[in-house]
Design a protein around this ligand. Sequence first.
Ligand SMILES: Cc1ncc(COP(=O)(O)O)c(C=O)c1O
Length: 412
Amino acid sequence: MYNFDVNNIRRDFPILNQKINDQPLIYLDSGATAHKPNIVLEEIKKYYEIKNANPHRGAYQLSVLSTEVYENTRELVRGFINAKSTKEIIFTKNTTESLNLIAFSYGMNFIKEGDEIVLLIANHHSNIVPWQQVAKTKRAHLKYMYLDDEGRLTEDEMKEKISPKTKLVSLCDVSNVLGTVYPVKSVIDYAHKMGAIVVVDGAQGLPHRKVDVTELDADFYAFSAHKMLGPMGFGVLYGKEELLNEMPPFLTGGNMIEYVSEEETTFAELPYKFEAGTQNVSGAAGLAAAINYLNEIGMDNITAYEKDLTAYALNKLLEIDYLKIYGPKTMKDRGGVISFTVEGAHPHDVASILDAYGVAIRSGHHCARPLMNFLGVAATSRASFYFYNTFEEIDVFVDSIKKVRKWLGSGS
Ligand SMILES: Cc1ncc(COP(=O)(O)O)c(C=O)c1O
């Protein structure tokens, strides 16, 4: 059960009060990016109004304030995901950069010829392409874990693909296409037994459910602020301290050094070794406000509400016989993302027609081409929910879908 009033919550999100095509906006694309509550917008503005300075470098008061904003956010993030130390929290610009950091720093240095890298076929391109680069350069082999008919990963498939040859496994905790919640804890435990390390792409997981990286025993966990009410251009990489310590810097330059001579450089300690150049402090201010907001509502509350909302949507969509739904058909192992195709209608047409009713959904390959090939479709339409969506919005969404085929002059 959940305990909050969605109408009160919606008052915190100014963008949700807009009209699109003369209809109230129904935003069902939070999987792409989430909207921002007033408190996040205010904290970003306040940062520039009264705290803006380059952090870490100045002895003067403003620089100290800016450093405080940045480092307080690091501590807040540490607590939010239950990491052991702030040394394990690296700030990046998004999930993509976090994953590239691991691939280029860990992958290019610790993966050797003949090693196997195991990926989930449901991974987003940002969790495939960097590994392809590593595999090509290091002459390592890429292997994929495939899915069952409802988009789940079976234990048999995991055990078939992860072996003592596996050096690294990288998977998402929730699919941005299918909404499937993957058994990352089981994968981590099994991969560790086989001697591999595990990278978790938490872009779609962390905004919606409580994540405890210590309990998971994840080696790396990556996520983006903009999908969890924070600003764009700010991301996080959690990594175990012992691994990060062994890894060389990803980007080099100012801020990440200890000492520089004409020929040589010694690097700063963690986490600064991985944070080259002037950092996005206003982004940190925004993420801190977002985390405080999420904490106040409660992650378990958010998960419970989204579960009811998604079940409501899923059941209504399953009643439409000319709709094909991809991913789990029940709420078992399922989060708030629903991909579907409407028989006789191109997904782009579906999205455009829904836009006329003020309903914002996404269509396309969702940056997951290998998954689309596996599913045998070029594109799907995708609705993705957050805790500011309402049951009434789902009704309008489903009614709009029922009008698609009439718009296109076919079907009823
Ligand atoms: C599962 C998953 N991983 C990674 C990303 C990339 O996130 P970003 O564009 O913020 O780097 C996304 C974005 O949609 C995603 O859904």
